[in-house]
Write a protein that binds this ligand. Structure first.
Ligand SMILES: C[S@@+](CC[C@H](N)C(=O)[O-])C[C@H]1O[C@@H](n2cnc3c(N)ncnc32)[C@H](O)[C@@H]1O
Length: 272
């Protein structure tokens, strides 16, 4: 199929699941393969509320980008941006200001190929294929040099991202590396699976992911550990809270089931 040729980069092993594509499957997208759907189906059976958690995460992204626009932010670095879906960062930001600039970063080749297709005609947005654990590769990329002014405040986004970074890779240090490259007045926006808010079924779902052939392994963290990732940022009200509790603005922003609202911690911090 012509479409398939466009977004399946040569040389990827489609039998190995990738979390970018499993997430796309959970969100109801079409950019995933049988191996991704198998893992996605298994974890959805264990945690049937996952699609609604994924949607709450995307709604939070929209509210957070709008909040940053209200604060005057016009440039964004979205790390672990994933396969484009509805209401991507550049769409939310450029609807308010077409001159807003966005650099996406992902290591997944399908996420990158699909983003390149989507952004082909958008001179104010681009994607970098990189592993965020190499901050200098990201920060010295031609896309960052072209689109971001690192002496002006930046919105740094890491949504559903840091729980793919194991403790041995020093997640706090990694976030700090990005923080130190940005001026005061920049913002960090993050969601992260809330280890201390979820039940055993999520441990089982994480085990399914971690037993799969995927290179992505899940590392859940509790409130104190996620708060530590905001070191050097002052959390804006209401602090680090359940994703559905962060300034909900309408019915789609929170779930009827309280456990869904608390599944992810969500926070926005301003660099001091
Ligand atoms: C669950 S998706 C989240 C997508 C989007 N941020 C959102 O919240 O809707 C996580 C993304 O992080 C990417 N990712 C995981 N580890 C990464 C790393 N070390 N460097 C860059 N991207 C990474 C995955 O490829 C995937 O696309």
């Amino acid at each position: 199929m012509a479409e398939t040729q466009n977004w399946v980069p040569l040389g990827i092993d489609t039998n190995v699941p990738s979390m970018a594509r499993v997430y796309d499957y959970i969100l109801g997208g079409a950019h995933n393969f049988a191996a991704d759907r198998q893992v996605g189906g298994q974890i959805e059976k264990l945690v049937p509320g996952l699609p609604s958690v994924a949607r709450l995460n995307r709604r939070f992204l929209g509210r957070a980008v709008n909040f940053l626009m209200d604060q005057g932010i016009r440039q964004f670095l979205d790390i672990g941006s994933g396969i484009p879906t509805v209401a991507n960062v550049h769409e939310v930001a450029q609807e308010r200001d077409p001159a807003a600039r966005v650099v996406y970063v992902d290591k997944d080749p399908v996420a990158v190929a699909h983003s390149q297709l989507l952004l082909a005609d958008n001179e104010n947005a681009a994607i970098v294929q990189a592993d965020m654990r190499e901050p200098e590769v990201v920060l010295s990329s031609p896309e960052v040099a072209r689109l971001l002014r690192l002496d002006e405040p930046v919105g740094l986004l890491m949504l559903l991202m840091m729980h793919w970074v194991p403790d041995e890779d020093g997640p706090e240090k990694l976030v700090a590396h990005y923080r130190d490259a940005l001026p005061a007045g920049s913002f960090l926006v993050m969601t992260h699976v809330a280890k201390d808010q979820i039940d055993d079924s999520v441990d089982e779902a994480a085990a399914v992911v971690n037993r799969s052939r995927s290179a992505d392994q899940m590392h859940m963290r509790d409130h104190a550990r996620v708060s530590a990732l905001f070191d050097g940022f002052s959390l804006v009200e209401p602090g680090l809270v359940g994703c559905g509790e962060w300034r909900p603005d309408g019915p789609g922003d929170f779930a009827d089931e309280a456990s869904m609202n608390m599944f992810l911690y969500a926070g926005v911090g301003r660099k001091d």
